[in-house]
Design a protein around this ligand. Structure first.
Ligand code: SF4
Length: 385
C-alpha cells in the first residue's frame, strides 16, 4: 500500500481518502507546495484576510540580555601559571525592539549563535532582560502578580521534541498537564472528563488520533514534534514561540509538521514568533520577518519582499537558499565567520563580512531607516543597494 497516501492531496484511488471523508478529524493532507518567500496564494490570503490585526499583543522595547563568561587572563612570564581571570560579557541580545499583533505569525531568522533563542526565552518569560521592557497584552513580562493577564497565555515549542517530553509519562498525561495546572483551572475550570475530551480533540487535530496512551519513545521524530505542538496548543494560548521546531527533522517530516502548524495557526488564530535559521521555512510560515545578526535586528520586512531585501546580510541569507538560486546559478556564500560576541566589531557589526563595507561602515553604527510602512533596515547604504 502507498506509504504516503495520507499526505497526498492528489490521490483519487487511495483508501486513505475515504478515511478522511468519513473521519474528518483524522490526519488531513496539507496545502500544496508554495515557493517560500514569494507572495503565494496562501501568503496573500493571510494578509488579505486581515490576520495582522492592529491590536499589539506583544511589545518588545530595547531589550538587552548579557551573560558573564570567565576568561583566563594572560600567563606569567614563564607561561606556566594563569596570571588571573577576568569576567567578560556576551551580549546575546542587544537593544531589540519589535511588536507582534494578535494572530500574526512573525519569523525571526539569523545564523546559529545570533541570539534568536535567547530572545525567544525572554518573550516566554523564561528569562529576564538586563535592560528594556517586554509587555504582553499591556502587562509587563515576566508577570509581576498572579493576576497578570500574561499568565498561561504564552506557550513554547522547543527544537528537540524528545528532550522536551517526559520519557516516563504517557503523552496524553503530558498534554493534559497544562489543562490541570492551577493557573489554568483558575481561569477556566474543567472537570476530568472535559480535560480528557480536550486532549482527545487536540491529538486528532495534530493527526495523532487515539495515540494519547503511548510513551514518547513509541513515536517518530515528526510525531513527537506534533505531540509537542498539541501540548502547546491545548490551552489555546494567544502567543506561541516556536524555537526551530523543524530543524531536527528530515525534509519530508518537516513538510508534514509545517503544514499541521500552519493549519492550526489559521484555525486557532494564535500569534506566533517563529524562530529559524532557514529563510525558506520562515517565508512559508510567516507574513513578516525579523532578521537578526550578532544580537541586533538589522532588517524587518514582509515575507513577500524577501527577494528585494536591502540589507546585505538578508540578501546573503536569501541567495543561499537553493530554491532562490535556480539550476544554473551558484549559491552565494557569505565569507568569514560570525565574529565573537565578546569582542564586537566597531561601527556596523556586519562590516568584516560585508562586500559593500567602507570606512564609514567601520567607524559609525548605522541607524534604523524606514523604507516603507513595516519595512525598516539598518544599513548606511540601504538607499543605494
Ligand atoms: S552599513 Fe556598511 S557594512 Fe553594514 S551592512 Fe550596510 S554596507 Fe554593509
Amino acid at each position: 500500500m502507498c506509504q504516503t497516501r495520507q499526505e497526498c492531496p492528489d490521490c483519487q484511488a487511495c483508501p486513505g481518502r475515504q478515511d478522511r471523508e468519513t473521519n474528518p478529524s483524522g490526519p488531513r493532507p496539507g496545502p500544496g507546495p508554495e515557493t517560500p518567500g514569494t507572495p503565494g496564494p496562501r501568503n496573500q490570503e493571510r494578509q488579505l484576510r486581515g490576520i495582522t490585526v492592529s491590536r499589539e499583543l506583544l511589545q518588545v522595547r530595547t531589550v538587552s540580555r548579557s551573560f558573564p563568561v570567565r576568561s583566563r587572563g594572560a600567563r606569567d612570564a614563564r607561561g606556566a601559571e594563569d596570571a588571573g581571570e577576568e569576567t567578560l560579557f556576551v551580549r546575546a541580545v542587544n537593544g531589540v525592539s519589535f511588536t507582534l499583533a494578535a494572530g500574526e505569525c512573525v519569523g525571526l531568522v539569523g545564523e546559529s549563535g545570533c541570539g534568536k533563542s535567547t530572545l525567544g526565552r525572554l518573550v516566554c518569560a523564561l528569562d529576564r532582560p538586563d535592560e528594556g521592557e517586554i509587555f504582553f497584552d499591556g502587562a509587563p513580562l515576566p508577570p509581576v502578580s498572579p493576576a497578570s493577564p500574561a499568565i498561561g497565555r504564552i506557550q513554547m515549542v522547543f527544537q528537540d521534541p524528545f528532550s522536551s517530553l517526559d520519557p516516563r509519562m504517557r503523552v496524553g498525561t503530558s498534554v493534559a498537564e497544562g489543562l490541570e495546572s492551577r493557573g489554568f483551572q483558575k481561569r477556566r475550570p474543567m472537570n476530568r472528563a472535559a480535560v480528557r475530551e480536550a486532549v482527545h480533540d487536540i491529538f486528532a487535530r495534530v493527526g495523532l488520533a487515539g495515540m494519547e496512551k503511548r510513551y514518547p519513545h513509541e513515536f517518530s521524530g515528526g510525531q513527537r514534534q506534533r505531540v509537542a505542538l498539541a501540548r502547546a496548543l491545548v490551552t489555546r494560548p494567544d502567543l506561541v514561540v516556536c524555537d526551530e521546531p523543524v530543524s531536527a527533522l528530515d525534509a519530508s517530516v518537516q513538510a508534514q509538521v509545517l503544514n499541521v502548524m500552519r493549519e492550526l495557526q489559521e484555525e486557532f488564530g494564535q500569534a506566533q514568533l517563529f524562530i529559524s535559521h532557514n529563510l525558506a521555512v520562515v517565508g512559508f510560515m510567516c507574513s513578516r520577518v525579523l532578521v537578526m545578526y550578532l544580537g541586533e535586528l538589522v532588517e524587518e520586512l514582509a515575507a513577500q519582499d524577501l527577494a528585494h531585501a536591502r540589507h546585505p546580510y538578508t540578501q546573503a541569507l536569501y541567495q543561499a537558499m537553493p530554491s532562490a538560486a535556480g539550476s544554473d546559478k551558484k549559491l552565494v556564500v557569505l565569507e568569514g565567520e560570525l565574529p565573537s560576541p565578546l569582542h564586537l566589531p566597531t561601527g556596523c557589526h556586519f562590516h568584516p563580512r560585508c562586500p559593500r563595507a567602507d570606512e564609514v561602515c567601520r567607524q559609525k553604527a548605522p541607524a534604523w531607516r524606514e523604507l516603507a510602512p513595516g519595512w525598516r533596515v539598518r544599513c548606511h547604504k540601504a538607499d543605494r543597494i
